[in-house]
Design a protein around this ligand. Structure first.
Ligand code: UDP
Ligand code: MG
Length: 330
């Protein structure tokens, strides 16, 4: 695209694969990661680049990547000014990547690089998106498995797009798909949803997910719970609508009950007792109102975040990119 040579060369050797790797305190796995990944990339026919994002690590992640980048110009580094989270890190990598096909991959080798070749093959055969689906979640605890299952079913019931179960961020996407994602400016980035939103022809391959190579998971249950809420409220307004319906239902019931009470009073006079029914109704309605107010707050908070329009991430330094790209902040 840089020169005016015709772009449409169908030769796979002229195409570039971009790997997008968010890294947060991963110094323990980085040596193994590069060793494995370079071996895999050495065997494919495409050109490649690895875009590493140092998400404000406090260990020597950055120095380790810099050392790798110094040896091989295809390894590039974007370094954040602080920890922004995995989603902004992936977004930065997407913004900087130049590839014709892009694959986000975790640094801990839980996404097996060995299947990259198979993904490329499916892509060459016409798929625009190649998802990698975990055949089982054996490496997860029972609670994590069950809650993940609930999350997928609730999400898919409530939103217009479908996110496939047990497919993580690890997937191959054609440049066309990524170009659509690049135009999606939302600040709350539920990546699985964003990745599914553009559509396009999608195929899936299965793999066995390993336990983490080294180090510990950066996500705990509290983070995952918030992640789930963020996912659902970013892609569905169903919960607020549920409030409307519930409100309508209760209003109708109250109306009927009102008629009953008035009729009863007219027939058999004023009936003072009624504390139990009153307190139940008051508490019930109070609870529902608070619940839906909280829910509304959830969406208002999201609107607030969007209107502030702050950058998603701040790049402190970038290594291996051309100058014009270096001062990109989104
Ligand atoms: N990660 C990141 N920023 C964060 C948390 C995580 O860039 O704030 C990266 C992390 O380095 C890893 C990937 O996101 O490459 C997945 O993280 P992790 O393995 O901890 O998550 P899990 O596999 O448990 O879902
Ligand atoms: Mg992991």
């Amino acid at each position: 695209m840089v020169h005016s040579t015709p772009e449409a060369s169908d030769d796979i050797k002229d195409k570039t694969l971009s790997l997008l790797v968010p890294m947060y305190n991963e110094s323990e796995v980085i040596p193994v990661f590069f060793q494995v990944i370079k071996k895999v990339l050495g065997e494919i026919e495409m050109q490649w680049e690895i875009i590493c994002v140092d998400d404000g690590s406090t260990d020597d992640t950055k120095a380790l990547i810099e050392a790798e980048a110094a040896q091989d110009s295809r390894i590039k580094l974007i370094s954040f000014s602080r920890n922004f989270g995995k989603e902004p890190a992936m977004t930065a990598a997407l913004d900087y990547a130049k590839g014709d096909a892009l694959i986000p991959i975790d640094a801990d080798l839980q996404d097996p690089p060995e299947i990259i070749a198979e993904m490329i093959e499916k892509w060459q055969n016409g798929a625009q998106v190649v998802c990698a689906k975990r055949a089982s979640r054996e490496s997860d605890t029972l609670i994590k498995r069950q809650t993940a299952h609930w999350f997928y079913s609730v999400f898919n019931q409530m939103s217009d797009i479908m996110i496939p179960e047990n497919v993580g961020d690890f997937r191959l996407m054609d440049k066309r798909v990524v170009d659509v994602i690049r135009t999606m400016p939302e600040k709350d980035r539920f990546m699985k949803g964003l990745f599914s939103w553009p559509g396009f022809e999608t195929t899936t391959i299965e793999f066995e997910r390993q336990s983490r190579e080294q180090g510990t998971s950066k996500f705990n249950y509290w983070k995952l719970w918030n992640f789930a809420i963020s996912g659902i409220t970013s892609f569905s307004t169903m919960p607020i609508r549920a409030g409307t319906y519930l409100g309508m239902l209760i209003a109708c019931l109250s109306f009927v009950y009102g008629i009953v009470v008035i009729t009863k009073t007219m027939i058999s006079g004023v009936d003072v007792p009624g504390y139990a029914s009153l307190i139940v109704i008051i508490l019930f309605l109070g609870g529902i109102q608070l619940f839906f107010m909280g829910l509304l707050g959830e969406y208002i908070g999201r609107i607030y975040k969007e209107v502030k329009n702050r950058p998603l991430y701040v790049v402190e330094s970038a290594v291996g990119f051309r100058q014009s790209q270096n001062d990109k902040t989104k």
